[in-house]
Design a protein around this ligand. Structure first.
Ligand code: G
Ligand code: G
Ligand code: MN
Length: 442
């Protein structure tokens, strides 16, 4: 931890260096801390504390006493925010703090409250009771600017705003958050998670509506990161898709899901396994090898393996994508069109996409029981899909009413919280063991 300025050397900095020099060194330190934060994926804060009406206090108690008071304030700051790597006096009555490895902004809020309170406690100087007030300006990395100068400027802007408008948030929230660093952080931790096996797969049942029993499951990746907490696939899959990480996730998914299927097949009637794959997987020339290798190892019938792709897949290079899909189908592997209706859906996809299954996006299903528009759409998608020999899955089935509507429309498969959320494998075994039609149809 860099300590550029303790109580004493701030004083000497102050005495021997010009303000611009202090500011420059403060800036340099912010930049250095940003580099560290980028390297280890941490956050940092720049906090400005500005004492109110200090000119008057100066006049009242005299220069020397005021200086003593400032030293006390600096002491207070350093003891309240022990984690600060640097405290600098940036102006006569302006202090700047750099707080690295920030875990939560709530901690800063608490610290600001404490500082405000303690400054407010009257101290006796030269027989005079002095109580201080302050304004704060806070800027956070990586939420705000990416360079030191920008971050300091944001803190100053925030300070100005809180001076003009007491009670205003001390943070300048007008800046568009920069997601760049967060993406970068996620990518870094994701890489580690892959190395250390921290990615898990949960499985959500797919229920055959006519047979009224589960006939398949969908593998969905889950990541509970030690550093970042639960990160949802919606958040990290798009990031993984920008690099080769997605191929590693897919490879892991294939291995894990097929091994899991082989275990389940020993306990239950074979369930088909669905795996989500991204568009870049389609262009991965090793995809088929990876699939075949896992199919061989776990003795899986390729007919019981479904790859879920989104319509977006064929937007890139339709011809190549279609060739690849044909190749996969040639092996007996099924292709499912996921999230149907959300993307560039065009009815012509029914003709061009080599597929076996169509999953109607949950946005149409969730409110279907109370929306005649959704009902109309779903009904027509089902009948059209059937004309092209596609099995239809409705995802996001959350209640019995929706299930019975889908049944009356001839929908083939239902998936959703009405039956089960995606479950870790042990809980899935439990769920499958206890499955009873009567619980879901009334
Ligand atoms: O699992 P939900 O619960 O949050 O999934 C969100 C999105 O993430 C879904 O659109 C799903 O297709 C995608 N997703 C989940 N698991 C995987 C996976 O293993 N690979 C890929 N490519 N996408 C996945
Ligand atoms: O791969 P896909 O985009 O189909 O991912 C399915 C997503 O939908 C997962 O995030 C899963 O957790 C979620 N999901 C599954 N069933 C339901 C449901 O009944 N309701 C809601 N809101 N989400 C669901
Ligand atoms: Mn899916």
């Amino acid at each position: 931890m860099t300590i550029l300025s303790s109580l004493e050397n701030t004083q000497s900095l102050d005495a021997t260096h010009s303000r611009t020099e202090v500011r420059q060194r403060f800036l340099d330190s912010i930049s250095a801390e940003i580099n560290i934060a980028m390297a280890d994926g941490s956050r940092l804060a720049v906090l400005l504390v500005d004492l109110q009406d200090f000119t008057e206090i100066n006049r009242e108690i005299g220069y020397d006493s005021a200086n003593e008071l400032l030293l006390n304030v600096q002491n207070l700051l350093s003891t309240t925010i022990k984690r600060a790597s640097l405290i600098g006096r940036l102006g006569d009555n302006l202090f700047g703090l750099i707080i690295p490895e920030l875990k939560s902004t709530a901690l800063i809020q608490i610290a600001m409250g404490k500082i405000r309170e303690r400054l407010h406690e009257p101290v006796k100087i030269d027989g005079k009771k002095i109580s201080l007030k302050c304004h704060f300006g806070l800027a956070l990395f990586p939420e705000m600017m990416l360079d030191g100068g920008g971050l300091l400027l944001k803190a100053e802007t925030a300070l100005l705003a809180s001076k003009r408008n007491p009670g205003e948030l001390a943070t300048d929230t007008t800046v568009q958050c920069s997601k760049k660093h967060e993406d970068w952080t996620i990518e870094k931790h994701l890489k580690e998670a892959l190395d250390t096996n921290d990615l898990e797969f949960h499985y959500q049942p797919k229920i055959d509506i006519a047979k009224r029993k589960p006939t398949g499951i969908e593998a969905l990746v889950r990541w509970n990161s030690e550093e970042l907490g639960n990160v949802f696939p919606d958040e990290f899959i798009p990031i993984a898709e920008k690099s080769s990480l997605i191929n590693a996730i897919t490879a892991l998914g294939i291995k894990t899901a097929l091994r899991q299927k082989s275990d389940l097949d020993k306990l239950f009637e074979p369930l088909s396994m669905s795996i989500n794959i991204s568009s870049s997987d389609i262009y991965d020339k090793h995809l088929l090898d990876k699939l075949n290798s896992a199919i061989g190892i776990w003795g899986i019938d390729p007919q019981q393996l479904t790859l879920e792709i989104t319509e977006g897949v064929i937007v890139g290079n339709a011809k190549l994508a279609i060739q690849q899909l044909e190749l996969l189908r040639g092996q007996g592997i099924k292709i499912s069109i996921d999230d149907f209706g959300t993307g560039f859906s065009s009815l012509s996809y029914f003709k061009t996409l080599p597929a076996d299954e169509l999953k109607i996006d949950k946005s149409f299903i969730l409110n279907m029981h109370e929306s005649s528009d959704d009902m109309f759409l779903v009904e027509h998608i089902i009948s059209l899909a059937h004309k092209f020999n596609l099995q239809v899955v409705a995802e996001g089935v959350e209640n019995a009413k929706t299930l019975s509507l889908l049944e009356s429309m001839g929908c083939d498969i239902a998936q959703g919280y009405h039956f089960s959320r995606p479950l870790p494998k042990d809980q899935l075994v439990d769920w499958l063991t206890k499955f009873d039609t009567a619980n879901y149809w009334n």
